[in-house]
Ligand binder design. Structure first.
Ligand code: BGC
Length: 746
């Protein structure tokens, strides 16, 4: 009897196949909208089937230890059979209705499953530096194809917290400090992913900007500031890429946990922005049954991985809340509808993922291209780069003979070809192990410069490195800053790295520094070296991309998606609350800087950063031309072109900012805002086509909490054109009229 029942439940829950009977049902009808299909499916569900959709499992071994009253033996058996080991999560399907299971995998640079070798893109911050959403879109397509061929249909990719805190250990997973740039670059990724019939996830919602005490920190921030910065980035992403899910964060926001935060989830995301997908929780970020459900959480993800491990959305607990009337049946239906909606809207339902062979060679080429578009040439005194006709090169430090660095934590991909520093570097456990991509810059440079004598020195022994640098025409020093999830860092390089660069630069005036870092670092040696190439974490073909840029095979075209501060004294917060302490200390951080993040903060304070937002050099030179700005019916439209004024083909980036005559009088947080950008490939002496864009009016407005509106204040504004936040030589004066409109999406 029991066996029979088990078999029936298994049939009910597995995602293996659909039942012929169900196929005549409305949710199989492709001519219907995703809304209609999801609604029809929910209407056909039993209570238990709906409850199946709102709980995602991980780690079958831990799950097996849960009481049967919380997770039935049948469900445990199914999870044990179907969950892809080492992946983030699994939601059983409902075979009776043909609803597929959800196989959930991290994250934004590729498929992360422990022990499963896959292709890694450059870090998200790196590809944000491409200033070209087509680059992140191509990356998204590639990693989604790998994910589908690995058996997944849901990607936890789409990290877009603003780099408010430069020491945040996860900045490398995000897309910079500016809402418009972050919006475009993350939308590119999500559009690429979802185009392959895969659900993608906007995360971590919201203001999860420090990793120190991430599960206990309370962020205090005015709603106006949030709507004009961190939330504005998410709003753009939602509009431009329609992610199927949004992941609420670990932290508290204004005293409420992000995963039961009515302001964030119900009011902003769902009511004002009209989000149709589901809110999933970060792993271990749920703290209640009733409040979570009522304030906006739709799916408890990753049970029983972490946090307080309480089964808040286990059927037995949700049933009690339903019986008592604490959660309404209507709300449960809404949760189920939201989880189902993206399965239809992205085509997961109609195009099931199937495990199959992956073309790693082709995919590595996509990653290399992304790196080549993204590395940022920060300095190039006397045109030291590109290297040409050099006979001897000293390459020094950072295991450049073996590979390039990647970031740690749940976004870390096990690279195809393995980790060449396996077991050699600390930390060896979470958020490590420190993983390098098997793409050696030394080997790649040898391939590019077959006639040159290229020698490598490890860098631990500064004297040996100096001797090698002295006997070589050019010295290239590699420095690293390792960052990872669950930790914040410092902007000072660790160990002897600054001393090493200084000593090598003193020995050889033709010294180039290649930086691999999570985000910004300090460079006390900046003025003493010839050239600096910022590589972030450049992905599975990072070594090749670095070598091709150093030798001029590729003309660098990346621009900084973050400001590099010149000192700790320039940071908005002297210290990160709870930094360096064991997890679990309740701390508060008040974002007194409001929406003035990154370059906006530097402008407010009058600080000169080490390198400005938007900065990036090329082997040619560019000038923005034909800058125009017009206002019609209160709408600002800009246009411009870019001219290649040098002798080499290259890609230039037009950057447009707006600056009110008096920023305080119009209620802005800072003297200028970034409003538009466009990357163009231009031949020497040629001018690109004209780039025209209507400026999103929210970038000119303030959010008015009193009546939930956006408001532009009448006045004179300058539209500034150039190639970096600190290089805006052209301006057009405009007059904007007063304009107010609702913050609720139509
Ligand atoms: C991270 C998320 C990730 C999840 C699942 C959490 O620790 O914060 O970004 O998607 O784990 O692995």
């Amino acid at each position: 009897m029991r066996l029979k029942w088990m078999a029936a439940t298994a049939l009910l829950l597995t995602g293996v196949s659909s039942v012929a009977l169900a196929q005549t049902q409305a949710w199989f009808d492709k001519s219907k909208s995703a809304d209609e299909r999801a609604r029809a499916a929910v209407a056909a569900m039993t209570l238990d089937e709906k409850l199946t959709l709102i709980l995602s499992f991980t780690d079958p071994e831990q799950l097996a230890k849960q009481p049967d009253s919380i997770v039935s033996p049948e469900v445990k058996a199914i999870v044990n059979k179907e969950h892809i080991r080492g992946s983030a999560g699994y939601v059983p399907g409902i075979a009776r209705l043909g609803i597929p299971a959800q196989w959930q995998t991290d994250a934004s640079i590729g498929v992360r499953v422990q022990g499963m070798a896959r292709t890694a893109l450059p870090s998200s911050l790196a590809t944000a530096a491409s200033f070209d959403p087509a680059v992140t879109e191509a990356g998204g397509r590639m990693i989604a194809q790998e994910a589908r061929l690995s058996g997944f249909n849901t990607f936890l990719a789409g990290g877009a917290n603003l780099a408010r805190e430069p020491r945040n250990g996860r900045n490398f997973e995000y897309v910079g400090e500016d809402p418009w740039l972050a919006g475009q670059m993350a939308s590119g990724l999500i559009n690429g992913i979802q185009s392959q019939h895969m659900v993608s996830t906007l995360k971590h919602f919201a203001v999860n900007d420090q990793e120190s005490q991430r599960t206990t920190v309370n962020v205090t921030i005015a709603p106006e500031a949030m709507r004009q910065s961190d939330l504005l980035a998410f709003e753009f992403i939602l509009e431009q890429s329609n992610p199927g899910s949004a992941m609420c964060a670990y932290n508290l926001v204004n005293g409420r946990w992000a995963c039961e935060n009515e302001y964030l989830l119900n009011k902003t995301l769902k009511q004002d922005w009209g989000f149709k997908g589901y809110v999933m929780a970060d792993w271990g970020a749920v703290h209640s049954t009733v409040d979570s459900a009522n304030y906006g959480l739709d799916q408890f993800t990753g049970f029983p991985c972490c946090g307080d491990r309480q089964p808040y959305f286990a059927p037995v607990n949700v049933k009690v809340a339903l019986d008592k009337g604490d959660i309404s049946q209507k709300r449960l239906d809404d949760m189920a509808q939201r989880v189902l909606w993206p399965l239809f809207s992205t085509g997961v339902f109609d195009n099931p993922a199937k495990v199959g062979p992956i073309d790693f060679k082709a995919n590595a080429a996509v990653s290399q291209k992304a790196a080549e578009e993204s590395l940022v040439l920060l300095k190039n005194a006397g045109n030291l780069l590109p290297l040409s006709g050099v006979k001897s090169v000293a390459m020094i430090g950072a295991h450049a003979d073996k590979g390039v660095m990647s970031g740690g934590g749940s976004s870390g991909v096990t690279p195809v070809g393995g980790n060449p520093v396996e077991g050699q570097l600390e930390p060896k456990s979470w958020p490590g192990p420190v993983t390098y991509m098997p793409s050696s810059p030394v080997e790649a440079l040898k391939a590019e410069l077959p006639k040159a004598k290229i020698a490598y020195a490890g860098g631990e022994d500064i004297a040996a490195a100096v001797a090698l640098a002295k006997s070589s025409e050019v010295a290239i020093v590699f420095v690293t800053q390792w960052m990872g999830e669950g930790m914040d860092g410092t902007l000072e390089l660790k160990g002897n790295q600054d001393a090493l660069v200084a000593a090598v630069a003193a020995a050889n005036p033709r010294t180039i520094v290649v930086v691999q870092s999570g985000g910004a670092i300090f460079m006390p040696w900046k003025d003493n070296v010839g050239a600096i190439l910022q590589a972030f974490y450049p992905g599975i073909r990072g070594g090749q991309a670095i070598a091709r840029i150093l030798t001029g095979k590729v003309n660098p075209s990346g621009h900084l998606p973050i400001s590099f501060p010149a000192s700790n004294a320039q940071l908005a917060h002297g210290t990160i609350p709870g930094f360096g302490k064991p997890d679990g200390v309740a701390v508060n951080i008040t974002y007194h800087e409001g929406a003035a993040i990154g370059y906006k903060w530097y402008d407010v304070k009058g600080y000169t950063p080490l390198f400005a937002f938007g900065h990036g050099l090329s082997y040619t030179t560019f000038a923005v031309s034909d800058a125009r700005a017009t206002v019609e019916k209160g709408e600002l439209t800009i246009s411009a072109a870019i001219r290649n004024t040098g002798k080499t083909a290259g890609k230039g980036v037009i950057q447009v900012y707006v600056a009110p005559a008096d920023y305080k009088a119009v209620g802005w947080e800072a003297p200028k805002r970034f409003v538009a950008f466009r990357k163009e490939a231009v031949a020497p002496g040629a001018t690109s086509g004209t780039f025209t864009q209507k400026i999103d009016p929210r970038l000119l407005a303030t959010y008015e909490v009193a009546d939930n509106s956006w408001r532009i204040r009448a006045g004179t504004y300058q539209v500034l054109f150039g190639q970096a936040a600190d290089d805006l030589p052209q301006s057009v004066t405009i007059t904007l009229p007063d304009l107010t409109w609702s913050a609720v999406h139509k």
